[in-house]
Design a protein around this ligand. Structure first.
Ligand SMILES: Cc1ncc(COP(=O)(O)O)c(C=O)c1O
Length: 382
């Protein structure tokens, strides 16, 4: 079904790679419940342990801190509600950013209803938050800071590697969470060096299946938000998703974040250069500096992004408007708006998002089709 297409919507989801498919199939035959005491259960437990070790190695952390969830949304929810509620007696203040994914922002809105005070850091016009503003907002009663690593709409890298030290200096009680869903596998991550206490990851962004995620916890300072049979230290109870977990571990084992980063940046630069050279009146949202290379966000003022999306689809090229997770709601992108984009720029923004599996030939073909279609649509609209 997906042969002969050019898939540039990898920030929404990725095609499961052969390693992931093989791992899932293996677990269909070896289906044990890891809590069972017999051999089939023990074999399942062994696979989960292996996956935990593979993921811990990728993050440079202890396997004991790796918890499996159903994806990025659940990891974010367990981290944010779990930390805020556990720390409530110590303080009432939370800091996050205006450009977080709804999986974080909606938790914050719910916590505001519970009585927490939340400060939202605004990005500059390139889409990056400032450490000075973070420092200014930190208080003695700040108990949680949640800052994403790579933004899903722009690919812009947030300075989470430097934020931890500042947070600990001004708010020693605060727990530092980072949503690394769009950076895991694309940039080397070092949560321990960076002072990150909680870190969210999602499998389906790295060619593992949908429905599997990871929450890394440096220390268990979380109040559980779901209750059940006590699996995974009670942080995420429930029978583990063995096929997803094993596939996620096997895919993580093969990840080459440094190599991927170089390839992604070269694809992004190529597409950006080709678009600028071939298409008139475009605006690149975000900058080359501080970009992970995984996303190119471009506005084509005068066109509606949905129309361009469907025209490209008719030519076999798959992209997204703004962020895929919110594209069923006809809302303007909160990320682009917070960066100061105009309504015309926000309404015409298209997100091209890359995987290490994309090729330069695909990028050249995309640029060619895009220049033909944008000129055609603009002629019709004149
Ligand atoms: C930055 C970010 N956080 C969280 C999520 C949610 O992850 P999941 O789809 O695995 O629930 C996404 C998904 O697009 C994302 O991009």
């Amino acid at each position: 079904m997906t042969e002969n297409i050019i898939y540039l919507d990898n920030a929404a989801t990725t095609k499961p790679c052969p390693t992931a498919v093989k791992a899932v199939l293996e677990c269909m035959d070896n289906f044990g419940n890891p809590s069972s005491l017999h051999g089939i259960g023990i074999a399942a437990e062994k696979r989960i342990k292996e996956a935990r070790q593979n993921i811990a190695r990728t993050l440079g952390v202890s396997p004991a801190g790796i918890y499996f969830t159903s994806g990025g949304t659940e990891s974010d929810n367990i981290a944010i509600f779990g930390a805020a509620r556990k720390m409530k007696k110590r303080g009432n203040h939370i800091i996050t950013t205006m450009i977080e994914h709804p999986a974080v922002l909606e938790c914050m809105r719910a916590l505001e209803e519970e009585g927490f005070e939340v400060s939202y850091l605004k990005p500059d016009d390139s889409g990056v938050i400032s450490l000075e503003e973070l420092e200014h907002e930190l208080r003695e009663d700040t108990v949680l800071v949640s800052i994403m690593h790579v933004n899903n709409e722009t690919g812009m890298i947030q300075p989470v590697d430097k934020a931890g030290e500042i947070i600990k200096k001004h708010s020693p009680n605060a727990i530092f969470h980072s949503d690394c869903v769009q950076s895991f596998g694309k940039l080397p991550l070092r949560p321990q060096e960076w002072g990150i206490d909680l870190l969210s990851v999602s499998g389906h962004k790295i060619h593992a299946p949908q429905g599997i995620g990871v929450l890394y916890c440096r220390v268990n300072k979380l109040r559980p938000i779901i209750f059940g049979g006590g699996q995974q230290d009670g942080i995420r109870p429930g029978t583990e998703n063995l096929p997803g977990i094993y596939a996620m571990g096997e895919v993580s084992r093969e990840l080459d974040a440094k190599g991927n980063s170089i390839h992604l940046k070269s694809l992004r630069t190529l597409l950006k250069t080709e678009i600028i050279n071939r298409v008139e009146n475009v605006k690149i949202n975000g900058t080359d500096e501080n970009n992970a290379g995984s996303v190119l966000n471009v506005s084509f003022p005068g066109l509606r992004s949905e129309i361009l999306l469907h025209v490209l689809e008719s030519r076999g090229i798959y992209v997204s408007t703004g962020s895929a997770c919110s594209s069923h709601k006809p809302q303007k992108s909160h990320v682009l708006m917070s960066m100061g984009c105009s309504a015309a720029e926000t309404d015409s923004a298209v997100r091209f998002s890359f995987s290490h599996m994309n090729t330069t030939q695909e990028i050249m073909r995309t640029a060619e089709v895009l220049s033909e279609e944008v000129s055609r649509l603009r002629r019709i609209m004149r």
